[in-house]
Design a protein around this ligand. Sequence first.
Ligand SMILES: C[S@@+](CC[C@H](N)C(=O)[O-])C[C@H]1O[C@@H](n2cnc3c(N)ncnc32)[C@H](O)[C@@H]1O
Length: 259
Amino acid sequence: MSNKESSFSVEHFYDSLSSEYHFVYADWYESMEIQSKKLDRLIKENSIQSSKTILDCSCGIGTQAIGLAKLGYKVFATDLSSKSIERATFESEKMNVPVSFDVVDMKELEQKVAGRFDVVLSCDNSLPHILEDDDLVLVGKNILSKLNSAGIFIGSIRDYDRLLQRKQRSTNPVVSVVENKKTITFQLWNWKEDNTYIVNHYTVKEQNGVCETTLRKTKYRAYTRKEITNCFLKAGFGKVDWLMPDESGFYQPIILARK
Ligand SMILES: C[S@@+](CC[C@H](N)C(=O)[O-])C[C@H]1O[C@@H](n2cnc3c(N)ncnc32)[C@H](O)[C@@H]1O
């Protein structure tokens, strides 16, 4: 088995999931629209100067990148998974929304992405795929290097302060129905003592009573907000704030970090 295909390789997990990633939402297009409107409001409320350029450094299949480009932002979007970038490129072309895409590890943004941006974005719990503090500090440094002087980093991360209290073992199923074909997506989590957990991601497709199940595995670290804040301060950010869903309207806690 190659390194890329090794059991919990993030790259392999998202390459393999790219054609089915939209099933994590009941309606991907609707989620794209809702999320981008909420992010647009957050950007406007929290920018010191008017923000026009965005680097989405974990864009996946483009949920936020395409949605924000549709609202008029100039978006450059990168991800570790080349198959996700292929799908995102296909989707943005299909929707006729211009976005520039490239395959880049967020630990290498400084070397591999040209220019600086008003906003750097990383949504949908992407940062906790970085499992070690030192690597998260490195990611923070790379994000900081891509921000304009008045720029802002916006990330969304699961509420691990809450999840660590009970260490839940599963997520609620998401059901999507297209042309009589049902797809059910859910995750089972196996917790480790070091607050990492293995995600068993199930996609079950049912048509005419016949089911087909695909199981994919990856690993996350359940960082507390304090741990992430400390890594970002260590990376050189001057100010780190958090907005909870009842304040931001976004479905996950939001980290806002500035120079
Ligand atoms: C939960 S998905 C979110 C995807 C995206 N927001 C979307 O809507 O499609 C997490 C994403 O983080 C990306 N990722 C994880 N580690 C990364 C890294 N080191 N550099 C760049 N992207 C990374 C994965 O490839 C995946 O696309």
